[in-house]
Design a protein around this ligand. Structure first.
Ligand SMILES: NC(=O)c1ccc[n+]([C@@H]2O[C@H](COP(=O)([O-])OP(=O)(O)OC[C@H]3O[C@@H](n4cnc5c(N)ncnc54)[C@H](O)[C@@H]3O)[C@@H](O)[C@H]2O)c1
Length: 378
């Protein structure tokens, strides 16, 4: 019989639901795993809301104070699905209580906080991972395999963007439950920590470390009413950010993110150009990897659209039959599966806190460069 991995979930919003779905599905599709998540308790401040969430997703109990959840003897692992300004305090309490931690991204509000969190989990020797889930979309994992096999040769360029359009209205307030992403005190930064962090994590994973950056940010709407105070307050987040960088392997990077690209809801794309071949990926078509190989016969050369749904593609043998695609939510199932497998093997499940700190460092360098107008070392 599988060993139980008792989960305590903090937060019941977008990610609370995405992760709960991952815990619920994993044993059906990865039956060989030695550990099976059990939804022990869910926590949020509103008792009625968290009870309704617990009933919907199958949690056995609820808490309204995250400290109580962390202290519970029947919880093995705590899942942190709350706004960014709470990650550090909860993670430190979990480490002190010897709990494993699955923490949402970005790891922290800044590098200094993230470093403290890394030291805490390393000292306590508790298993930890950060939900940079795009690594586990089969087409992205496949891109990693192709790069690691050397199929692209030397890498020259890495290009990524993450575009949205939901904050264009000047009437949109900032802060509070639904709009904490617009409040710098809760989010730490705007698109840099929220969206570019994903692009940076994928880039570091696929193409290695970032050496230095030069960036610009803009806050298009300078003041918004704060939901909690009712007053018009200065907006402290970056609405848009673009940066150039050099990677440690000598390649050049170009990144852009905004919440002001009318017509785009969640356009995350990346393109990598190597000596022999290029790769392109698009979240809106997430089961496809575009591949161009200069080594093909000249008269047949062209971009290939690989439908990443075959049994020999990453994770796909676990799902349906070849040719049938899976979606966004499956990346969370995969992260749970990999976490359980790592636990059984006693190996880290990347990205660990320490891995995610690298992304935090790049975000800090980007925001620092945007302020000074100078190149910044990571
Ligand atoms: N991996 C991804 O692709 C991805 C996507 C979205 C969000 N995120 C990250 O996940 C985290 C949560 O984002 P979200 O979109 O789920 O937000 P959300 O606003 O949908 O949910 C936040 C939850 O936190 C709860 N909460 C707030 N303060 C609390 C407290 N003191 N105690 C207990 N619960 C509290 C709220 O009740 C709510 O349930 C953020 O760090 C965000 O950056 C990651």
């Amino acid at each position: 019989m599988a060993k139980q991995l008792n989960i305590g979930m903090i937060g019941y919003g977008f990610m609370g639901r995405a992760h709960s779905n991952g815990y619920n599905r994993v044993a059906n599709f990865f039956p060989e795993l030695e550990y099976k998540p059990v939804l022990k308790a869910a926590c949020a401040r509103n008792a009625d809301a968290i009870k309704a969430f617990a009933d919907t997703w199958g949690y056995q109990s609820t808490e309204t104070d995250w400290r109580k959840l962390v202290e519970r003897k029947d919880i093995d692992a705590v899942d942190i699905c709350v706004p960014n300004n709470l990650h550090k305090e909860i993670a430190l309490a979990c480490a002190a209580a010897g709990k494993m931690i699955l923490c949402e991204k970005p790891l922290a509000m800044n590098t200094a906080e993230g470093e403290v969190m890394c030291q805490a989990v390393e000292k306590a020797k508790v298993a930890n991972t950060v939900w940079y889930n795009y690594r586990r979309i089969p087409a992205v994992t496949f891109a990693k395999q192709l790069i690691d096999e050397g199929k692209l040769g030397r890498i020259f360029h890495y290009r990524a963007n993450f575009l949205q359009d939901w904050t264009i209205s000047a009437d949109l307030p900032q802060g509070g439950n639904g709009l904490w992403r617009l409040d710098v005190a809760a989010a730490g930064s705007g698109v840099t920590g929220d969206l570019l962090a994903h692009c940076i994590d994928t880039a570091i994973w696929l193409n290695g470390g970032v050496t230095n950056v030069t960036a610009m940010t803009e806050t298009f709407i300078k003041e918004r009413t704060h939901t909690l105070t009712g007053k018009v307050e200065k907006v402290g987040i970056d609405d848009a950010c673009a940066f150039l960088c050099r990677f440690d392997n000598g390649s050049l990077g170009l990144f852009e993110s905004t919440r002001y690209a009318r017509g785009h809801k969640a356009l995350y794309t990346f393109e990598i150009n190597g000596e022999h071949a290029s790769i392109k990926w698009d979240l809106h078509d997430l089961h496809r990897l575009q591949w161009f190989d200069h080594r093909d016969a000249g008269n047949l050369r062209g971009w290939r659209s690989i439908h990443v749904t075959d049994g020999d593609h990453p994770y796909m043998s676990k799902w349906w039959v070849p040719g049938l695609q899976i979606g966004y939510e499956h990346s969370f199932v995969h992260q749970v599966a990999d976490f359980c497998e790592s636990l059984a093997k006693g190996t880290p499940c990347g990205p660990t806190f320490r891995d995610a700190l690298e992304t935090q460092k790049v975000c800090d360098a980007v925001l620092g460069s945007a302020k000074t107008g100078q190149w910044a070392n990571v």
